[in-house]
Design a protein around this ligand. Structure first.
Ligand SMILES: [Zn+2]
Length: 140
């Protein structure tokens, strides 16, 4: 089965455009070079090869798609309302040290929690940390 040759052009990293299909790799690559001449290194260019006749649709996530949810997934509405990414800040009033009174750290299998009390607005909250990696410390 043959291939269709496309060129994925992402204007300044934000606006994807799928160009093609081109009949040959050569034609596709020529177009890539033309675009590169016009748009320079701020935009990105990827060769795409798919099975002949297959259809590829490239979409975009809206600007707030990642911002609002962060890495927080699969939460019910109440949890979403209560969770916020605000390391070292009160999630309610945004106060930071020295207005935060940090409590004990609690450890789970893959996560740790630290409880905190905001002295400014009085709310109690906890910060959750994910395990990132283990490292052997160099011998001193
Ligand atoms: Zn607060």
């Amino acid at each position: 089965m043959g291939k269709d040759y496309y060129l994925l052009f992402i204007w300044r990293g934000v606006e994807p455009k799928l160009l093609g299909p081109f009949e040959t790799i050569k034609l596709r690559d020529k177009k890539a070079k033309e675009l590169r001449d016009d748009h320079g290194t701020l935009s990105v260019y990827y060769p795409v090869e798919i099975s002949q006749g297959a259809k590829v649709e490239i979409g975009v996530f809206s600007g707030d798609f990642f911002e609002e949810q962060g890495n927080i997934t699969e939460l019910n509405d109440e949890e979403q309302d209560n969770q916020k990414k605000c390391l070292n800040h009160c999630p309610k009033c945004n106060a930071t040290d020295p207005d935060i009174e940090w409590g004990d750290k609690e450890w789970g299998d893959t996560q740790a929690w630290q409880n905190a009390t905001c002295k400014k607005c009085g709310c109690e909250f906890s910060e959750t940390y994910n395990y990132s990696y283990s490292q052997i410390d160099p011998k001193i």
